[in-house]
Design a protein around this ligand. Structure first.
Ligand SMILES: [Zn+2]
Length: 250
């Protein structure tokens, strides 16, 4: 069956002398693998389209379950040229595609994950603060995949720490937070997220478009949030993203 899809290119691996295998996140079919035979041969017109980070429209032959689809042709929708001029933005965008690639499973349709990734790349290319848009993508991906940690409520007494501007004691092992009084009920190492930082992340993840750039995280605040989610994901998936170490923004 031949399929047309919008997709974001997540990964490209060489195969043999002239072919390549791509991992794509498609609008209607989720993460898929596509074999492009002969793509590396000279003058193949689709080489420029099939680059990691590109938003494309692709035609491919869908094979039986368990087999790679076969590339037919593609059109570039957006290759985010302004994003590619800035190394920090490139690393942030590569982190987005690594995050989606590693924490989603193949052939599991999720159009909202596709839109989130496309929206985050658009925002990053149009000048959004990289730290904020990274936390936005992380948080909403975790929500859409049903694995978001709880940092707003105390897991024991249900107090809303962000609303009260109280420090939260986050347990990456449990994926939940505790208030000062209840932290004795927690398990494992705790990361302290200050009340003011909780309020900022609350606004960032609930903001759309322009407002997300009006929140300024101090480097230490960003580190605490990034570190908390990193430890949490490590416990939840036993997995460390390669790009984690490049994204401390210091
Ligand atoms: Zn409590």
């Amino acid at each position: 069956m031949i399929i047309q899809q919008e997709a974001i290119v997540l990964r490209c691996i060489d195969y043999g002398d002239s072919s390549q295998i791509f991992t794509l996140f498609t609008q209607d079919y989720g993460k898929i693998g596509v074999m492009a035979k002969g793509l590396k041969r000279n003058k193949n017109p689709y080489q420029g389209g099939m680059q990691v980070l590109n938003h494309i429209k692709i035609l491919y032959y869908q094979k039986k379950e368990g087999l790679l689809s076969l590339f037919k042709e593609c059109d570039i929708q957006n290759h985010f040229p302004s994003l590619r001029k800035d190394l920090l933005r490139v690393f942030t965008a590569l982190y987005f595609v690594e995050f989606i690639r590693e924490f989603t499973i193949e052939n599991d349709p999720n159009a909202r994950v596709f839109r989130l990734l496309r929206h985050s790349l658009d925002q990053l290319a149009s000048g959004a603060l990289p730290q904020n848009i990274l936390l936005y993508l992380q948080w909403h991906s975790m929500c859409l995949l049903g694995i978001n940690p709880n940092i707003e409520y105390c897991n024991h007494c249900q107090k809303r720490m962000a609303l009260l501007c109280k420090d939260a004691f986050f347990s990456p092992k449990e994926g939940v937070a505790y208030c000062e009084e209840c932290k004795k009920y927690s398990k494992g190492e705790l990361v302290i997220i200050q009340g003011v930082t909780l309020q900022k992340i609350h606004i960032i993840v609930n903001s759309h478009n322009a407002r997300i750039n009006q929140i300024f995280l101090m480097p230490q605040e960003y580190h605490t949030l990034f570190h908390s989610f990193r430890l949490y994901l490590r416990f939840a998936f036993d997995k460390e993203l390669r790009l984690n170490r490049y994204l401390l923004f210091s």
